[in-house]
Write a protein that binds this ligand. Structure first.
Ligand code: MG
Length: 335
């Protein structure tokens, strides 16, 4: 490890997190399921294919427009199963509370988790509670693990080929800016809600045998840029995106200009990026648009034989920009 101490960016889902995973965790725990580095581990239990995933939630503050840490903890983990081609079924929930945390707030979080679990069709079947002393935590942290049967196979970056199309299920960047609004760091008045939602219903609406889907990912921390750059790295193909076609709310684009953020690196909590066979992409797009969570879905680019390993953006002004995995320090504790 290049860094001698842990920085906030090591939890940002960008390049620093990648370093931690590749230089520390992977060499120590090496096994084929982990090495695939998917949103979920894909396991074979004597013929039954299972997806298994875990995620911790440290969002600050725990309540924000459009959601809260509880909703995020259920949806985020359900989504990591869904993008692995699995039907989310069971969740665990580990809660770490700080001494002094209001019980009324915990009640709100628990109720929100229940609503999100009902919506996603999952059950929270096991859990754990720990409390740390005042000043030793930050209110509430939640970890959820998830388990589900894989219903769609094969899926993964190894199936991607030049000519495949890249789709996104809707507007990007809302979640990150909703959390920023809740932090009240900027004296800017804007209306925005997190897109936090369970995606398994949307995904089930287009994912079926021979639907032509090769790969899926939920572009959370690090946004669309991190999601696509990660899978393109070291491949024999590249990805070409058309900026004009990427759905971004006017408010988000405007705020990014003022605050200096790139909307393509902002976290989303209710969006899926799909890479699909070219002939199958129009039907997938149509199905997405017919679902309430996919109304703004769009075809945003394609996989190409040129610039292998790189994600390039054709900008609205006619230039080309190479996208990079963000370092991860821009927006800490966004989920
Ligand atoms: Mg994910």
């Amino acid at each position: 490890m290049r860094s001698k101490i842990i920085r906030l960016g090591h939890g940002g889902g960008g390049r620093l997190t990648g370093e931690l995973i590749r230089q520390l965790f992977l060499p120590a725990w090496s096994n084929p399921a982990l090495a695939a580095l998917g949103d979920s581990a894909r396991l074979d239990l004597e013929g039954q294919k299972i997806a298994f995933t875990t995620d911790s939630y440290v969002v600050s503050p725990p309540f924000f427009p459009g959601g809260d840490i509880g909703k995020l903890a259920v949806c985020g983990t359900a989504n990591d199963l869904a993008v692995a081609g699995a039907r989310p079924e069971f969740l665990s929930c580990g809660i770490i509370l700080e001494e002094g945390f209001p019980v009324a707030q915990l009640e709100r979080i628990v109720a929100s988790m229940r609503a999100a679990a009902t919506e996603a069709g999952v059950q929270i079947v096991t859990g754990d509670t720990k409390v740390v002393g005042k000043g030793k935590g930050d209110g509430v942290f939640i970890n959820t693990s998830g388990l589900g049967r894989i219903v769609y196979d094969p899926l993964g970056a190894e199936h991607i080929r030049p000519g495949d199309q890249v789709l996104v299920s809707g507007l990007l960047g809302d979640h990150a800016l909703a959390v920023l609004k809740a932090r009240g760091e900027f004296a800017l008045d804007y209306e925005i809600e997190s897109d936090c939602a369970a995606l398994n219903g949307l995904i089930a609406s287009f994912l079926e045998p021979d639907s032509g889907v090769r790969f899926m990912r939920d572009p959370t921390r690090g946004g669309l840029a991190a999601a696509l750059c990660e899978i393109a790295t070291d491949q024999t193909w590249g990805i070409r995106l058309v900026e004009e076609s990427i759905p971004i709310r006017k408010t988000v684009a405007g705020l990014c200009e003022v605050l200096g953020y790139d909307p393509l690196t902002l976290a989303n909590e209710g969006k899926v990026v799909v890479i699909a066979r070219a002939d199958a992409a129009p039907a997938i797009l149509e199905r997405m648009k017919a679902h309430p969570l996919g109304r703004e879905a769009a075809l945003i680019g394609q996989v190409v034989g040129e610039h292998p390993g790189k994600v390039c953006l054709e900008t609205t002004v006619g230039g080309t920009r190479i996208l990079d995995i963000p370092l991860g320090e821009d927006l800490p504790r966004i989920c």
